[in-house]
Design a protein around this ligand. Sequence first.
Ligand code: BGC
Length: 746
Amino acid sequence: MTLLAGALALASCANQATSDREMDRFIDDLMSRMTVEEKIGQLNLSGGDVPGVLSGAQGIDDLIRMGYLTATGWAGIDELTRLQKIAVEESRLGIPMLCGVDVIHGFYTVFPIPLALSCTWDPEFVEKTARVAAEEASANGISWTYSPMVDIARDARWGRIAEGSGEDPYLGSLFSAAMVRGYQGQDLSAENTIMACVKHFALYGASEAGRDYNTVDMSKLNMYNYYLEPYKSAFQAGAGSGMSSFNLVEGVPASGSHWLLTELLRDEWGFDGFVVSDYDAIGEMTAHGLGDTKTVSAQALKAGLDMDMMTLGYLKTLKESLDEGRVSEKDIDTACRRILEAKYKLGLFEDPYRYLNKERAEANTLTEEGLALAREAAAKSVVLLKNDSNILPFTKQGTIAVVGPLAGNTQDLLGMWSGSCDQKSATVVNAVREALGDNGKVLYAQGCNFSNSEMLARTSTSVCDPAQNSRLVREAVAVASRADKVIAVLGEPRSWSGEACSKADITLPEAQKELISALLATGKPVAFVICSGRPLVLEWEDARCPTLLEAWHGGSEAARGLVDVLFGDVNPSGRLTTTFPLRGGQIPIYYNYLNTGRPQNPDDHFTSKYLDCPNEPLYPFGYGLSYTNFEYSGLTLDRSSAKGDNGVIKASVTVTNTGSRSGEETVQMYIGDPAASISRPVRELRGFSKVTLAPGESATVSFDITTEQLSFYNSSLKKVWEPGLFNLYIGKNSSETLNTTFEWEE
Ligand code: BGC
């Protein structure tokens, strides 16, 4: 560090200390004037009438006037302004409210669902999408987003797999930190930044059998090595808040777990923001079997849960618990202070209306730049799963039939958590028309319904009528037979993924398979596009369809981004961040599994396998094709062994574009530790690098291996590396790699 840099760093520390002192003074003074009830009011995130608590209180206005509501949800900028005015001008102490909303993958400008965005393998890009979301949300009155959702998920039946970044802790950690940076920027008090909320803390993605809200039971070793890292990384990136999850953590609901919310989060990780419960998660502790509302509310507060979302347990019972000595005033003060600090850091005491500015809202909503980024994001998220005989990309000419239940539909392509958004997105049919212009003709047919199952049809806009389905299929075939080529857009409506949307069967419904079979029988070239909120089981489709693209739910510009890929304006570069099972019975299936004592061996019956299905997935983690080909050669190490904490081994590989188009490849490095003090995964992603290569071009891609990449939590939950032999794998996905070994000495 130069002298100047040192002086600047010192000055910035000193500035930070001064502003922390100013904040402390401000909050000390404010709290010295607050009644216990007002302090408890700061811990309450639930509006409406509160019978029995507020004598004479009627609805949200009175609640705010009395200082008993700490935050609102989305209500439109005029209503939010009115409510904030009541808080600031009519409550005794004028404490401003937060406005918390689920800005999960954009607000008005909707980006692809987080699972899709993670397939970019590009945290900096994802940070940009979060930045746009923050610009737009902050201009529309929102100061706080319930995002990022960083739950590791290994079970595609779970509907909320759509909301996270997949199954890998290393990638998940990069994305979680990137999103926090995108929302919060450099300065939380700037008017165009919003506070992040890391959720769902913790382990929510491990719900048994993929059924939402279900029990979680997990060893600490499993938590530390695979599940906790993305939360930790988001908190350490400076997230201002966290949200406790619905599930149990070692038998205790997360919202009442002192170990989780205090010992781990604050004492071990140093988090100093506040924690809000998930929606009524305190109240749900009663159904979990922990006692009545008063008991669980006291337990949650003492565990370190600062804000009660929707139970009203804090507002209704904490004063009584205080009088009975179940909680102390210090417990209440601590939670209240953390929330006031967040409001202070957001600049709300300085200007409570800083996020409520109609002109800024107009200028920052659905901007051209934001939509352009959304289009780029949609294209970058597409994963090309299959492209026999280079059927794709299509040329922009001739007659193209666009069919399928998602071909003429915009709402479903937005994905979950986009309900309140008034969108003017293109359908795939219209996007194809735009792309073709006068060079060709576009025909459309719905093709089929989402499903012939009554139970499923009830959850989507499409009807359940097998006879009508067959009629739709016949119409689509008639349209396809007049076309030179076909684009079929199939998959899930948005209502099949997200919260409370677990599915026991994640194959494409028969109604859609009927369309696929009929289209294949026409003999026309067909681009089969799957838009879904989860990895589906595509064994049947893979065996029949010469092309398959996973386009997820791609947001506002889903259709245009997809069409950019279909016509080759963008060469697909997405890579899977979740394993695609071959069959549902393999779930949970993930690439970083532990070996059994009897690894599968076709010559030995008594090994770990299924009688009726291979162990391998259909598409492995990290998989994705391009319109060009990449070949790997010459995996070399600059030395075959290293020593001690500071050793480094450089691994290099040559990647060559052997196809005829320029393209981007994601070079992936995995390490396996076959002999350690605990069983370690067969391989773990420890690095990746992107290269763009012109046809015929080669590049050498290198990775520095240090003890960081060898480290894991041992039985004492201590992060260690252990000397020995390691396996190194570098390649295009988690199962197609070049392999070598190296040694690390003590
Ligand atoms: C969800 C959270 C969400 C909250 C507030 C809950 O039901 O689990 O992810 O942030 O509602 O909308």
